[in-house]
Write a new protein. Structure first.
Length: 242
C-alpha cells in the first residue's frame, strides 16, 4: 500500500510533476523521521521508497537531497541516505538554544497574549492534564507529547513574532525524536504538567521575566534530568548519540 502524500505547496506545483512528487515525499519522510519511525542511523533505500510512494527514483533522489540540505539525513558514499545522528555535544547545544528561544517566546507572550489566546492556552492546559492522567494509567507518552506540542505552539503564537515562532517550530521538529524520550522518563509527564501550570500562571499575570525563566527551565535538560535523559538516548540510539 502506498503512503498518501500531502499536497505540495504552490511553488512545488509550478515546477512540474517531478518536483511536486519530490516535495510530497520530502514532507512525508520529514514527518516520519521527526516522529521516530526512522531512528538516527537508519538507512533510507531509494528503490524501497520509490516502490512505497509509487514513483520513479528521480523524485525520491530529489527528496533525499532536500532532506540532506536541511540536515535531517546524510548522503554517504556506498551507504546512501542515512538519518542523521546527533552527537551528545550537538544535542546539548540544540536543547540549550531551544530553551533560550522558548524562554523568549514566553517573555513576549506574557506581554502580548490576547484574551482569546490566553483562554485557548488555559483550555490546552486542561487537555494536557487529561493526557497526563491517561499516560499514568497506560504508560503511553504519545498522547501527552502531542498535547504538549500544541501547548508550546500556542505560547509561540502568542509571542506575535512570526520569525521566532517559525525558528522554534523547525528546531522542535529537529529534536522531536529526542524530546519524546524526555517524556518517557519515569515521572517526567507529571512533572511537565505541573510546570505548565506555573507557566500559564506567569503568562496570565503578565510576568514576563518569570514566564521566560520557567520556560527555559521547562525545556532544558540539566541536573539529574540530563543524566536520566542521556541514559535513555544511549539506550535507544546507542552509538548514534555518543
Amino acid at each position: 500500500m502506498h503512503t498518501r502524500m500531502k499536497s505540495p505547496p504552490p511553488s512545488a506545483q509550478r515546477n512540474g510533476p517531478q518536483q511536486s512528487a519530490a516535495e510530497g515525499i520530502r514532507q512525508a519522510l520529514e514527518d516520519e523521521i521527526a516522529g521516530g519511525r526512522f531512528a538516527p542511523g537508519a538507512r533510507l533505500e531509494e528503490v524501497e521508497l520509490a516502490g512505497r510512494f509509487g514513483v520513479s527514483r528521480t523524485p525520491v533522489r530529489e527528496a533525499l537531497r532536500m532532506l540532506s540540505a536541511s540536515g535531517l539525513i546524510e548522503l554517504k558514499q556506498r551507504k546512501g541516505a542515512v538519518v542523521a545522528a546527533l552527537s551528545t555535544d550537538r544535542l546539548i547545544e540544540l536543547f540549550e538554544a531551544m530553551s533560550e528561544m522558548e524562554g523568549v517566546c514566553g517573555r513576549l507572550a506574557a506581554r502580548r497574549i490576547s484574551d482569546v489566546e490566553l483562554a485557548a492556552l488555559h483550555d490546552q492546559h486542561q487537555v494536557c492534564g487529561i493526557a497526563a492522567r491517561a499516560a499514568a494509567d497506560s504508560n503511553d507518552a504519545d498522547s501527552y507529547y502531542e498535547a504538549n506540542a500544541v501547548f508550546h505552539a500556542l505560547i509561540c503564537k502568542a509571542s506575535h513574532n512570526g520569525y521566532l515562532a517559525t525558528e522554534v517550530s523547525q528546531l522542535r521538529r529537529r529534536l522531536q525524536p529526542y524530546r519524546r524520550l524526555q517524556l518517557r522518563m519515569k515521572g517526567r509527564i507529571a512533572e511537565s504538567y505541573g510546570e505548565h501550570q506555573a507557566i500559564v500562571a506567569a503568562i496570565a499575570a503578565s510576568d514576563a521575566d518569570r514566564a521566560a525563566e520557567l520556560l527555559r527551565e521547562h525545556v532544558s535538560v540539566q541536573g539529574h534530568r540530563f543524566a536520566d535523559w542521556l541514559a535513555s538516548v544511549n539506550a535507544v540510539y546507542g552509538a548514534a548519540a555518543a
